[in-house]
Design a protein around this ligand. Structure first.
Ligand SMILES: Nc1nc2c(ncn2[C@@H]2O[C@H](COP(=O)(O)OP(=O)(O)O)[C@@H](O)[C@H]2O)c(=O)[nH]1
Ligand SMILES: [Mg+2]
Length: 244
């Protein structure tokens, strides 16, 4: 079954609209795993109040990997339920209408990683800091052109991972959302099959972003260089797979 991993930090204004959006948009059976840091997180009371009327299972997990969004995503991905996992944001950033298509691509066995892509035709990025957007787009498009990585959006966290990808990769990220880039470039180097479909990312309306651009940038760069260094490995692995 599909597992949706949703890190939350005081998303009391967004969590119920998120649940309603999931109920409306996703028809594939799934379990929602909500990962919070503190027992007094303001997301939890409205989440618990609304859970019973949702047509899908909801599980709460406490971040077991040190506070912060990196630990939350790792906790959710590591928990070994589900044959595929998709990371979604609680702040209504992601376009949930493509989840069914993502899961169809993974469960057909044709792809191991399906990226929501803001930087391909049909994809969009709405709002957010312009410099963050520029860096992310530049990183994504350049890796696509230079390394053959089969997505133009390496940094987006809205990606679905088949279980074997998560089992094969030891997470080494240390800061925050660079974890998606790590998994993507390592999956490519290991020869996993990657594809992308257009998605729209929208900046939050309620609450505040906790994205730490200056602090996390060097950590993103680490995976950027890794991708350049392993570009040949990714291509070779793909060619071998196509031959067999
Ligand atoms: N558990 C946990 N979740 C977090 C933390 N910081 C952010 N999040 C969640 O991560 C998602 C995206 O966060 P946000 O700060 O909006 O990042 P941005 O969209 O890149 O600006 C939201 O679901 C947040 O609630 C944190 O420290 N701990
Ligand atoms: Mg956000």
């Amino acid at each position: 079954m599909l597992k949706l991993v949703c890190p939350v930090y005081n998303e009391d204004a967004n969590i119920v609209p998120l649940l309603e959006s999931l109920a409306r948009s996703v028809h594939t059976p799934f379990e929602l795993v909500v990962v919070y840091d503190r027992d007094d997180d303001t997301t939890l009371p409205p989440l618990r109040a609304a859970a019973a009327r949702m047509p899908f299972a909801i599980r709460e997990l406490r971040n077991a990997e040190g506070r912060g969004v990196l630990g939350a995503v790792k906790t959710g991905l590591r928990d070994d339920s589900g044959d595929a996992a998709l990371v979604i944001m609680a702040d209504l950033a992601d376009d949930l209408r493509i989840v069914d298509e993502m899961y169809a691509l993974v469960s057909s066995g044709r792809f191991d990683l399906v990226a929501g892509s803001r930087y391909m035709r049909g994809g969009r990025q709405i709002g957010g800091p312009w410099f963050k957007g520029l860096l992310s787009r530049t990183a994504g498009l350049s890796l696509y052109l230079l390394t053959g990585l089969p997505t133009r959006d390496a940094t987006n966290n809205f990606k679905m991972y088949a279980r074997p990808v998560l089992d094969a990769i030891e997470i080494e990220s240390k800061a925050g959302f660079e974890i998606a880039m790590e998994i993507t470039v390592k999956a490519y180097a290991l020869g996993f099959r990657i594809t992308e479909i257009p998605s729209t990312w929208t900046d939050r309306v309620a609450g505040e972003s906790r994205f730490l651009l200056a602090k996390w940038l060097p950590h993103y760069l680490r995976w950027y260089w890794y991708a350049l260094a392993h570009a040949g490995a990714g291509r070779r692995a793909l060619i071998l797979k196509e031959r067999t």
